[in-house]
Design a protein around this ligand. Structure first.
Ligand SMILES: [Fe+2]
Ligand SMILES: [Fe+2]
Length: 291
């Protein structure tokens, strides 16, 4: 059975960051100058992250709505406080990613039929059948994936080979996903720490995440007419298997999640988030200084 971990208790026994007061950071976003291939000068890699950006607004709205349904039942005061910060951060994320939808439309991509199917089958259909508790567990599973994407984004160097507003968006989002990575998991454990419930959640989130990620990416690549170009398949191999190793690391992280004693902060990677926050704090301070 999974164990219930309380934020303060865990912080005292490990180097876990005290995330009971999660700050909500706000930025102005302007994606109008974003290059079509803003990531590593690669259509395929750009469209992997573009697809993640497409998937995030519906996902994060669902996360916030779902966790809110259970927050009143959480007895741990600091965890309830963390949940409020979680809503604030996720709302800022989906508002920002919402703007990238228009960016992609302006770049000439047809995304709306994808978004319609994704909303219907990614959330509405199974949620109406399986209910809120499975929804909460799936949200914990999805948060495992956002933490995975965040860690890969901040450790593989891939974002160093990008620039502009999309880089800033993914760096900031990745840092906050790491910062709040245990909140939903802890809420789920407080509500019901049944191991099989947790497994059901990661199963559902995997069934949704991977097919839509692949479909969305190849759909955008096809719209570029780049489906049969050798570079597309070279970049496919790189990002998933040989360079950024997204799928290799996803398999490792899935295995960790299956450990009955798993907790997101077993691995403390908060320094990755801190580096990003420090960088943007310094930039803000410089901007604010009189020249
Ligand atoms: Fe987020
Ligand atoms: Fe999140």
């Amino acid at each position: 059975m999974g164990k219930v971990l309380h934020l303060n208790e865990k912080y005292e026994t490990s180097s876990r960051p005290p995330n009971e007061k999660l700050p909500v950071r706000k930025f102005d976003w302007d994606f109008s100058k974003t290059q079509n291939y803003w990531l590593d000068n690669s259509a395929f890699k750009t469209h992997v992250l573009n697809t993640i950006s497409l998937m995030l607004p519906a996902a994060e709205r669902f996360f916030v709505d779902t966790v809110k349904k259970f927050a009143k039942e959480v007895k741990d005061d600091s965890l309830r406080e963390a949940a409020k910060g979680f809503y604030g951060q996720e709302i800022q994320h989906y508002l920002a990613h919402d703007k990238t939808l228009q960016m992609l439309r302006d770049q000439g991509y047809e995304i709306d039929s994808f978004l319609e199917v994704y909303q219907k089958f990614g959330y509405d259909f199974w949620h109406s059948l399986l209910g809120d508790k499975i929804g909460l567990s799936a949200t914990a599973g999805f948060e495992h994936y956002t933490a995975l994407v965040a860690e890969i984004g901040l450790t593989s160097g891939i974002l160093d080979r990008s620039s502009g507003e999309m880089k800033r968006l993914f760096e900031w989002h990745a840092a906050e996903e790491i910062e709040h990575k245990s909140v939903v998991f802890d809420v789920l454990n407080e509500i019901d720490d049944n191991y099989f419930l947790r497994l059901a959640g990661i199963t559902i989130s995997s069934i949704i995440f991977y097919p839509f990620l692949f479909w969305g990416t190849f759909r955008l690549v096809a719209q570029d007419g780049a489906l049969f170009e050798p570079k597309t398949w070279k970049d496919f191999l790189e990002i998933f298997f040989t360079k950024e190793k997204f799928l290799v690391r996803a398999a490792e992280m899935a295995a960790e999640y299956l450990d009955p004693d798993f907790h997101p902060w077993d691995k403390n990677n908060s320094h990755l988030a801190d580096n990003v926050f420090r960088k943007y704090d310094e930039q803000r301070t410089k901007k604010a200084e009189p020249s």
